[in-house]
Design a protein around this ligand. Sequence first.
Ligand code: BGC
Length: 370
Amino acid sequence: MNLKKITRRVGLVALASAAVLALAACSGGRSGSSGSSSNPKDITVGISMPDKALQRWPSAAADLVKDLQKDGYKTDVQYANSSTSTQSQQVQNMANKGDKYIVIAAQDGTTLGPAVADAKKNGATVIAYDRLIMNTTDVDYYATYNLQGVGKLQGQAIVQKLGLDKGAKGPFNIELLGGDPTDNNAPQFFKGAMSVLEPYFKSGVLVSPSKKGVDGNFQQVAVPWTQQAAQTEMQTRLNSFYTGGKTLNAVLAPNDAQAFGVISALKAAGIDPSKVVITGQDCETQNVPLIVKGEQYMSVYKSDVNLASTVTLIISDVTKGKTPKTDSTSANGKKSVPTIQLTPQMVTKDNVKSVLVDSGYISASAAGLN
Ligand code: BGC
């Protein structure tokens, strides 16, 4: 699709959702707390987050609440405890209460169709946060970081640190981990990473003793988003493929929780993690000191402060009757969802201070810098 068509489509979709909103407002059929007022102080924004287990989601919710309250909105934050049915129930409650906006980081983007359909029926604008809501027309906007871009940064970090771009011939042993099979983002991260690593597998400079995922098959490397799952997977691979002193040079770990699990497995097996190039994502505060110590080579920073202000801007535009500016669309199986994609940033120990400490995300002492 050319740019003109995309822009026109985004415009049409936005126009359609504005029309639905206007209709809902005129009909007076909404019984919820928000009514038809366009004054933020009469409007509740429901925020549905998948879990509190990962630092990322409570911190994203706090950033959203801060921004929205600054603009005068009321907020209602709910966590789904990693349960798809709990999240559907919570979104349904938000819809029934008449929340005018519902911002959702999906536990599983494929299971929310009926809940967001109810939200739309009650006149809400539905915004997918970080993870796309799939197979439904009832999602209005999607705000995220460039997903394949995250994976590309992870792949590039491995290439640079092993010196592959400078002609190092290896062969280097690498193990690939993917993210959670229920998270639509996970295959995208893996695709991005493999777009960078694949040529080196082809030329034989990178070799994976387990062979898992080397053909780009995400299912072979899908591992739930937990430290424990990644630790167990890594332990199994070390026991099966690295006996007899075989050296492990790199691990593609898709996020920091998994990187933490990988590092634990390596330490338990007597392998020094600082000799292995290990990637991550999120710059979780428990991982930042590991990056400074050199035990984890890199992470990818996706500032929730910036993503939250992006979402707040979408909400503020819709409230004012303006069409939010989007930069792309994301196909969810039923619709091209107007999307804003922010740019993720690579963090290694060289820029922990400038990117994470100087921005106020983490203190120098929590980062392990003093
Ligand atoms: C997010 C990552 C996060 C992972 C686990 C993904 O959808 O994009 O930032 O690490 O979920 O929660």
